[in-house]
Design a protein around this ligand. Structure first.
Ligand code: PGA
Length: 259
């Protein structure tokens, strides 16, 4: 995996957006995997800016989001479909028919998860999957203990994840207990991974994922097995790392390989 360490959140957002834009230029009909959470917000903001001021074109893109809460309608202000509309979809020229978010209201969940996997395959597979990381090492809603070969399915959220996400919900609203999530195996089939992390709260999870053993108890550690995984993290999130890492894709090109 290629680890890029930048000074701060703004710098990781710009670096990550440059990689996504580069892949969109190379392949206008890119199949892009999207993530929710606070961390990708800066990256999405930069992509929106590039769309507005540089004409970055989303019209041929197909997107698949990682996950969605069970029981929330797409219009619910805390649903991930709503999050994506607010923070990306409504600000760029994506064709809504080509955007996919798991349906938290699906009546037959198992059937829906199978359908989601099939849609990804029918689109040609994920070219680039954007990922955040939980303080507990989760990727998407694959909580510690998730099978490293898992596919899209329903997962029970841990107490810490529900607490971490409670900030988005009103006091009288309960954070959902279940979510639909792409599996670790689904994510690992993406041709490239781009994981972004910021802040000291992620330092432990990043150190365990990058330099620790591969274990289902830290689902993000499986990223070590991916042939083209890029981690763009800030100094605070990198605080627990012991190795030497690049500070930009350019530096990585010089020292390691052509991207
Ligand atoms: P965050 O969430 O970006 O809001 O920290 C990341 C995650 O839980 O995957």
């Amino acid at each position: 995996m290629l680890v890029i360490i930048k000074d701060d959140y703004q710098a990781i957002s710009l670096e990550a957006a440059r990689l996504v834009a580069n892949r969109m230029h190379k392949k206008p009909n890119l199949v892009l995997g999207l993530a929710t959470g606070s961390t990708p917000l800066g990256l999405y903001g930069e992509l929106i800016r590039m769309h507005r001021s540089e004409g970055l074109d989303f019209s041929k893109l197909t997107t698949f989001n990682l996950d969605e809460y069970v029981g929330l309608r797409p219009e619910h202000p805390q649903s991930y479909r709503h999050f994506m509309r607010q923070n990306l979809f409504d600000h760029v020229n994506l064709d809504p028919r080509f955007t996919h978010v798991p349906d938290g209201m699906a009546t037959d969940i198992e059937d829906h998860c199978l359908w989601y996997e099939q849609r990804i395959l029918a689109a040609g597979g994920l070219d680039l999957q954007i990922l955040g990381i939980g303080a507990n090492g989760h990727i998407a809603f694959n909580e510690p203990g998730s099978s490293l070969g898992s596919r899209t399915r329903v997962k029970t959220l841990t107490g810490t994840t529900r607490e971490a996400n409670a900030r988005f919900f009103g006091a009288d609203e309960d954070v959902p207990r279940y979510a639909l999530t792409m599996g670790v195996g689904t994510i690992m089939e993406a041709r490239e991974l781009l994981l972004v992390a910021s802040g000291e709260g992620k330092a432990h999870a990043i150190a365990a994922s990058v330099e620790g053993p591969i274990t289902a108890m830290v689902p993000a550690s499986i990223v070590q097995m991916h042939a083209r995984a890029f981690l763009v993290i800030d100094r605070a999130a990198a605080a627990g790392l012991k190795g030497a890492y690049a500070s930009s894709f350019e530096e990585a090109v010089i020292t390691r390989r052509k991207l």
